[in-house]
Design a protein around this ligand. Sequence first.
Ligand code: PEP
Ligand code: MN
Length: 342
Amino acid sequence: MIVVLKPKPTQDEVNAVVEKVRQLGYEPHIIEGEVRTVVAAVGDEMSNASLEALVVLPMVDKVMPVQKRFKLVSRETHPDPTIIKVGDLEIGGDAFHIIAGPCSVESEEQMLSTAQAVRERGGTILRGGAFKPRTSPYDFQGLGEPGLDLLAQAREHTGLPIITEVLRERDTEKIVKVADILQIGARNGMNYALLEVVAMSGKPIFLKRGLAATVEEWLLAAEYIAKKGNRQIILCERGIRTYETATRNTLDLSAVAIAKKETSLPVFVDPSHAAGRLDLVSALSKAAIAVGADGLMVEVHYDPPSALSDIAQQLTPTAFSAFIESISPFIAAAGKKLSVAR
Ligand code: PEP
Ligand code: MN
């Protein structure tokens, strides 16, 4: 941390700051300028007490961190790409994956037909929400546990691993029995108690960025998971809330580039929830691939008009095939290899 003192401090004031820095477990180094004096506090900001409290001292102007607040998920700590194994699949590195499936699990026919289409047409991981976070309490809330049984059946039929969302701590145990990857949705991106509980399951965690989370807050959410001993984290940018209304959310591609720079974790993009409209899914995906995404999550439904949630953004199986064809050259140009189901 750097402690910047107000202009022309007295020697007693400098000494008081130096003493305080030392008390908090840091080694103080005084840098005296013509007007300003700065105390550089050397020490591990993770294990020592926070120096930020010094800002309340009358002679202190500001306190600035030099270390990142996330450590376990930082590229500095883990420079090599994090590869996450899910069955035979490897996520991260050169592999590019497409997670696809319906917004919600609705019925046996819907889930099994969609799962089959996803497998045949190029998805490697099957998505589907059994527990749905809906804005209105009057909207379809998901089938709950029977939905988990349908996901298990879909995996049985297709061999595809399953990703599904954990909404509440109390559902974790039953979801863990079925899911290969646990999804934390945008609305729970800052539910730290839930993040710790899912982390302890030992399963890979697909962490969506909260819709109003800064990149640092998103990476600190990942840090909560890593701090519980689970570094199998897949980050997912799914658009943030802005003033724009032409799209459901605003896809923040800078966040993808920054996440790739700051961490070695795989970073995915969900263009379906970002755009909320079919006509942009391919274009946003190409852009996501260009900034370094390791995979995509897209919504696919065997019969979108009959969907019980997110009707406007789910691709038909035919559109899903065309979509994969449209993005394939971009995946190759980015030096990645599109994974296929075996
Ligand atoms: C979802 O993927 O089903 C979902 C609800 O997405 P988000 O959390 O990004 O809104
Ligand atoms: Mn959805």
